[in-house]
Ligand binder design. Structure first.
Ligand code: HEM
Ligand SMILES: *[C@@H]1O[C@H](CO)[C@@H](O)[C@H](O)[C@H]1NC(C)=O
Ligand SMILES: *[C@@H]1O[C@H](CO)[C@@H](O)[C@H](O)[C@H]1NC(C)=O
Length: 451
């Protein structure tokens, strides 16, 4: 026991010292640099201790336990303004909901920012792939995958039809209450795996067996990710055997598909003209680990997101008979015919509903980038909040589209209300970012909207 606590003290002391040193030297040189670029500091959140920033971590973990992360964030922007700075777990970060700042980190200063934290958090599950990598590796992944998401590949509604029919058959046909969200999560897993692997895991059908294990393991692994994010560099001190096992179950399930694809596409598949992402990727790379990771990267980026959007839309429709009636009228104009891709695109009110759901309940509500070199963001500094802000290499810029999408000075006093009709005239530009923007814009946007 004595030994153990000494070791802890030693480690604690070392961390304290290294962060303390980093803080003081940072502070001095940051001041000098800030002046040089005509920058002013962002509002600094009052913290009892900023060396490790444990207080802030504790607040965030509590908000997570209370399932109130977004409410907690809303409060921070209300209290500290549209841009502020704080320290957490030895990292210094800036929070912002200024469209100009978001545009800078996503487009105009794209090369100054990276996604390092994501690699740490998702690494054991996703390895290196389009969603988890940066720089040359990301460019390579993006180029590999992009051709698979051109319009002609995603306009085939058959990918969705059988799974939707299965889902409808699982809904009680009397007036019993049904929880649709779990069904939507299985639906999007089934359609995404069909498109990605060439064979659906059919989790709507399979209540046990390897398909179910895959589904529960990927769900469990993903539920651990937010925690891994918040512990940042301290993750190496945490052991979670269940997480490691879940990652292995997921990999063991995907690998046979990859090995089969490396043997070439089955003949009857080709004859049916079916498009499978895995077979396309296998033409460009024969590395089984890269193939596994690219598949999982896309699956993770595309599955929960689409299921969440479907859930919000149905949640809203169930509570808004006025919106329901208007949408129903648009659907009736199809005259009972199954819509194709082009027809779906022309259903304006449907589109407004989806836009509005993504505005008030963006599926990726908050996001962040870290500075890979010293740089600046254009606004939010100084007492008037208009000066550029110096961002030192390694600093994190966190942005919340959830709270950006609800700014009353941008969307008007009714910003918190669900009003699809506002999209008849609204042109939101960089104040509306459900799919992100710039070179890393969501590659599956059309796939998701079609589903
Ligand atoms: C409503 C549904 C969806 C929403 C709201 C959404 C949103 C987003 C957002 C915000 C990003 C940017 C993440 C970042 O750079 O930090 C992103 C990236 C991505 N999305 Fe989606 N997405 C959706 C559906 C899909 C689907 C269905 C797929 C694929 C089938 C997909 C594949 C991807 C991929 C691969 C990336 C990474 C792109 C890159 O880093 O270059 N997404 N998505
Ligand atoms: C460093 O610590 C001081 C006092 O604890 C705090 O006021 C300051 O904001 C911190 N700065 C940086 C850059 O970490
Ligand atoms: C970044 O800025 C800091 C603070 O001014 C400075 O100490 C450091 O040398 C700069 N790094 C580079 C690569 O310019």
């Amino acid at each position: 026991m004595a030994f153990k606590s000494n070791v802890l003290l030693l480690f604690g002391g070392l961390f304290f010292l290294s962060f303390g040193f980093r803080n003081i030297s940072l502070l001095l040189s940051k001041r000098r640099a800030s002046k040089k670029y005509g920058c002013k500091p962002a509002f600094q959140v009052p913290q009892s201790e900023t060396i490790i920033g444990y207080g802030l971590l504790k607040e965030q973990l509590k908000a997570m336990d209370d399932k109130n992360v977004l409410g907690y964030m809303a409060n921070r922007f209300r209290k500290y303004g549209n841009t502020f700075a704080a320290e957490m777990m030895g990292e210094s970060f800036i929070g912002t909901i200024e469209p100009e700042n978001i545009q800078a980190i996503l487009v105009t200063k794209f090369d100054d920012f990276g996604i390092q934290g994501r690699k740490h958090a998702f690494g054991p599950l996703l390895g290196n792939g389009i969603f988890t990598s940066d720089g040359a590796q990301w460019r390579h992944s993006r180029a590999l995958i992009r051709p698979s998401f051109v319009k002609s590949q995603i306009s085939d509604l058959d990918i969705f039809e059988t799974h939707i029919q299965t889902l409808i058959s699982l809904i009680p046909h009397n007036s019993d209450t049904v929880d649709l969200q779990p069904l939507f999560f299985r639906l999007t897993l089934d359609s995404a795996t069909e498109y990605l692997f060439g064979k659906s895991v059919a989790s709507l059908h399979n209540v046990d067996g390897p398909e179910r294990d895959f589904a529960t393991s990927i769900d469990y692994a993903l539920s651990e990710i937010p925690r891994r994010y918040r512990f940042g560099r301290f993750n190496c001190f945490r052991r979670n055997k269940k997480f490691i096992e879940a990652c292995k179950t997921v990999h063991d399930y995907v690998d046979p598909f990859v090995h089969a694809a490396l043997q070439g596409q089955p003949k009857d598949d080709k004859e049916k003209g079916r498009y499978t992402l895995l077979y396309e990727l296998a033409k460009a790379t024969q590395d089984p680990i890269q193939l596994r990771h690219e598949l999982l990267n896309i699956l993770v980026a595309g599955r929960d997101t689409t299921a969440s959007l479907l859930s919000s839309v149905i949640f809203i429709l169930a509570r808004r008979p006025d919106v329901w009636a208007k949408l129903n009228a648009e659907v009736q104009r199809l005259g009972g015919k199954r819509p194709d891709y082009e027809t779906l695109r022309q259903m304006k009110y449907l589109k407004y509903i989806v836009n509005e759901a993504l505005r008030l309940y963006p599926v990726v509500p908050a996001n962040s980038r870290y500075a890979v070199r010293n740089t600046t963001i254009p606004t939010g500094g100084g007492v008037n909040g208009k000066s550029p802000i110096f961002v030192i290499k390694g600093q994190i810029v966190m942005y919340s589209v959830m709270h950006l999408h609800r700014r009353k000075d941008i969307y008007g006093p009714d910003a918190d209300e669900f009003k699809p009709d506002r999209w008849e005239t609204l042109r939101a530009g960089w104040a509306y970012l459900p799919f992100n923007g710039g070179p890393r814009i969501c590659i599956g946007q059309q796939f998701a909207l079609t589903e």
